[in-house]
Design a protein around this ligand. Structure first.
Ligand SMILES: [Zn+2]
Ligand SMILES: [Zn+2]
Length: 80
């Protein structure tokens, strides 16, 4: 059995409403996808996160298509 993020693997979607204007927000993907070689600081943050308690969660960026608000949501990994 393996813990995977249902959103990253396209199993299902989780909807969040914008806290600003209540519009249905769009999943922009896991935050780790936005990390590149030019952001060593963020990579350190991720490394720290992996070593910490957040191992069973996948951080996703959601964006509101109406007002542009971005928010991070921790998605719980599930066992399959
Ligand atoms: Zn994910
Ligand atoms: Zn909004």
């Amino acid at each position: 059995m393996k813990s995977i993020c249902p959103l990253c693997n396209g199993l299902y979607e989780i909807d969040y409403n914008c806290t600003n204007c209540n519009t249905n927000m769009i999943d922009k993907g896991p935050k780790v996808n936005y990390l590149d070689d030019y952001s060593p600081y963020l990579l350190d943050e991720i490394t720290h996160r992996v070593d910490g308690v957040k191992r069973d969660e996948c951080l996703h960026i959601y964006q509101c298509p109406n007002c542009g608000l971005q928010q991070n949501y921790s998605i719980e990994r599930k066992d399959f």
